[in-house]
Design a protein around this ligand. Structure first.
Ligand SMILES: [Zn+2]
Length: 129
């Protein structure tokens, strides 16, 4: 499955960069990657409340989008997605320890949320059995 990073315009006032899309085998249309759809919907809903034109980088909010954009980035060379995932998990775990030391609950929650985005995606992508 080929995945592309796209900038998607959702309305006159909302632009989201770095959305992972793929070409559906069944209908041939470009579709948002299933694993990130719900998060994207939440972001669209919450940004509809804000006034003016909004431009959001999805990879700053969504770990799967971040990992896929890194995998697509030529600066990372031929590093496999698995290695990129491992590195990011280690980085987040280091940040988690730091956040716990600082007793920063909001930060801890954010990191835990990011870690679960990755593990949900990894579980849906790889068959561990
Ligand atoms: Zn389809």
């Amino acid at each position: 499955m080929d995945i592309y990073m796209r900038t998607v315009l959702f309305s006159d006032h909302l632009e989201i960069k770095g959305v992972p899309v793929y070409c559906c085998d069944e209908c041939g249309r470009n579709e948002v990657l299933p694993g990130v759809k719900d998060h994207l919907k939440e972001m669209i809903q919450s940004s509809s409340k804000s006034a003016g034109k909004v431009s959001i980088d999805f990879s700053e909010q969504n770990e799967v989008a971040l990992l896929l954009s890194r995998a697509a980035d030529e600066d990372y060379g031929n590093v496999s997605l698995e290695v990129i995932i491992d590195e990011r998990i280690n980085q987040l775990l280091d940040m988690l320890i730091m956040a716990q030391n600082l007793h920063n609950d909001e930060w801890i929650e954010d990191i835990q949320d990011r870690l679960s985005q990755i593990s949900n995606y990894a579980l849906s992508t790889y068959d561990f059995t």
